[in-house]
Every structure is written in structure tokens, then in C-alpha cells.
Write a protein of this length. Sequence first.
Length: 289
Amino acid sequence: MNSRARRSARVWLNLALLVMIVGGIFPAVWLVLTSLKLDGELVRQPITYLPDKPTLRNYLEVFEANPFARFLLNSVVVSLSSTLICVLFASLAGYALARLRLPARRTIMTSIVMTSMFPALVLLVPLYRLFVGVELPGLGGLATPNLLNSYWALIIPYVALSLPIATLILTSFFQLIPKDLEAAAMVDGSSRTGALFRIVAPLSAPGIVTAGIIVFVNSWNEFLLAFTFNTTMNMRTVPVGIILYQGEFSFEWSIISAALTLGIVPLVVLIIFFQQRIISGLTAGGVKG
């Protein structure tokens, strides 16, 4: 390929990246700008992109119309609990698949991949019937006659749905860690479990963070199960709570945009804070499967 062809390919590549960046950022920018507008500006012709008089009134309405702070708390508790539990079990499963000589390892890996393809809709009715017949106390001192309308009603399925992909990610990372490090630790008196948490886990931090972010984001954004299992006002999560701002005959787009903006802020902060870990985790995890 000559220099002119390389320059042309580079130009088209940069143009494609620019389109992807603009396409990804513009909806978020438009959402924030809409949340700062009054209702009258949204129906103005021609369309105005910047608010005439930016206002935070819509954000106040979000908390006054519904207990949005409670929705945020519920999402944090459910997503964080699901992430911690899922990453713990995925670490143990991934380590076993990467280090132990399992006779049915290929079958297990195939089953994990197939399980990760199951949509939440398939599990909706079986889980609902199961939760109706189980009596467990909810977190936060909220006793429930059954598992519905509790944090556990979401934590359990979120862990089950995210466990396959988290296990696959961590299995790839554990395979990149030299076995000699664990052998040296066990020679010094450490158990295999101790070697996992003291040696392998710290070296696999990018993979653990990547898996944790994926589980957290999936749990935070999930709507169907949260809408079905937790129907009381105090147990709603952010995605379900946002639909409460929709009127019967109207859409309060400014208020809905403000609620959506508040809902994505924790995800943006999380991704910005861990972006280096995520990038290194995604690139390293693709070296060996």
C-alpha cells in the first residue's frame, strides 16, 4: 500500500471514529440541555438547541413529584450487592476453570456461553413463582411476606444473569497469570484459596474491575425484572421510577430528561474513575481465551 492509500485510509478511519464519537455523545448532551429547558421551549419552532434561560427547576420537580432519592438508594444497594456477590462467585469459578484439571471443562465452558445468551424474559415467570413461595427478610429491615418487593428479588436474578459473562472474563485473566507465582506462594505455606486472593486476584485487578463494571451497569439499567418483582413505591429502582413521571395524556419531557440525567450520573462517574482499569482489562482479556 502506497503512502497516498495509507493517508486516505487514515482519513476515512478518523472520519468513522468522529462519527461514532459524535453519535455517542450527542444524545447525552441533548438530554442534559433538555433537562435545563422549560416546557415551552421544547415545542418551539424552529428548534432551539440551547436553553434560553437554563433552570434547575426540573431537577427539583424530580425529587418533589416522587421519592427519587429512594429510587437511587435502591439502585445502588441492588447493583452494588449484585456486583460484589457476582464477582466473588465468578472469581472462584474462573479460577477453577483456569487452574484445575476438570474432566468436563470444555462442556462447562460451552454451557456457560449458552447460559449467557438466555434473555431475562425467559426467566420471568419461573422466578416470579419461585419468589412468591419463598419467605426471606429484605435488606434494610424490610420484612416481606415473600421474596417479592425486596432487594433479594433483584439481587438473585441479577447475579445469575451476569455470572456467566463475569466468569468468562475472569477465566481469561486467570489464564494469563503464571502458575509459578501460585506455586511459590503454596510452597511458602499458603493454601490454594489464599494464593487466589493474595496473588492471582491483585494481578488480575483490571479483569476484576472490568467484570464488576459490566455487572454493575447491567444491574443498574435492568428494567423488566425490577418492574415485575418490586411493585411498591419504596422498592422501585431508577429505571422503573422514571416511568412514573409520564402522565396519562402527556409527557413531561423536561422532568423526564432531568430524571434520566440523574440516573446516568453514577454510571458516568464510575466509568470515568475506572476508565484506565477498564481499558487495560478489555485489551488484556482479549489476548487469551
